[in-house]
Design a binder for this molecule. Structure first.
Ligand code: FES
Length: 182
């Protein structure tokens, strides 16, 4: 038959939460409280950013937004130029990172292509070289043709392209998503 002392020890070992009356006089209860507190804090640090991102996304994401890049006649046929625009999803604390760029190419007449500036290898910004008509990536030597296809180096895919339209003779792109690869 178990004595009363054994019963108390058994109950103590089964308890998850500490015995609040004994927590400041009993080292075991104090350590239990400490480990629960630290575990809770670590869990909160891990979960809160993801939760904040989700809430921010749900309340600020309002579908694709079209961004005007300028009147179409501003761009010459056969030329590729860097156009800077303000990120529609920018937050007040984003600072200069809210300014984004796109490589805009006027292929012919009303045919435009808007390339993302980031290399499809590891995301470095690519640079347009008008002489050889190539996009060059300075990081690992990636090279793309003027239509965005890979010409050489490590990039696994062509440059990504934004949806583009002409509205009232103004070029607009949507930065919510990229066009599927062709
Ligand atoms: S990031 Fe462009 S080639 Fe590596």
């Amino acid at each position: 038959m178990t004595n009363c002392n054994d019963c108390q020890q058994h109950r103590d070992s089964q308890r998850i939460l500490p015995d609040w009356k004994r927590v400041f006089v009993n080292r075991q209860e104090f350590l239990k409280l400490l480990s629960l507190t630290l575990g809770g804090l670590i869990s909160a640090v891990a979960v809160i950013p993801g939760f904040a991102f989700l809430v921010n996304y749900l309340f600020t994401h309002s579908g694709d937004k079209w961004i005007a890049l300028g009147p179409k006649d501003k761009f010459k046929e056969g030329e590729t130029v860097d156009v800077v625009f303000d990120d529609p999803a920018a937050q007040p604390w984003d600072g200069c990172s809210a300014r984004r760029s796109v490589w805009l190419r006027r292929d012919e007449n009303d045919k435009f292509t808007a390339f993302a500036i980031t290399c499809t290898h590891l995301g470095c910004p690519v640079k347009w070289e008008a002489g050889p008509q190539l996009f060059m990536c300075p990081c690992h030597g990636g090279v793309y043709y003027n239509n965005g296809d890979v010409a050489g180096g490590p990039p696994p895919r062509p440059l990504r392209r934004y949806p583009i339209r002409i509205k009232d003779d103004v070029i607009e792109i949507s930065v919510g998503q990229f066009l599927p690869e062709t």
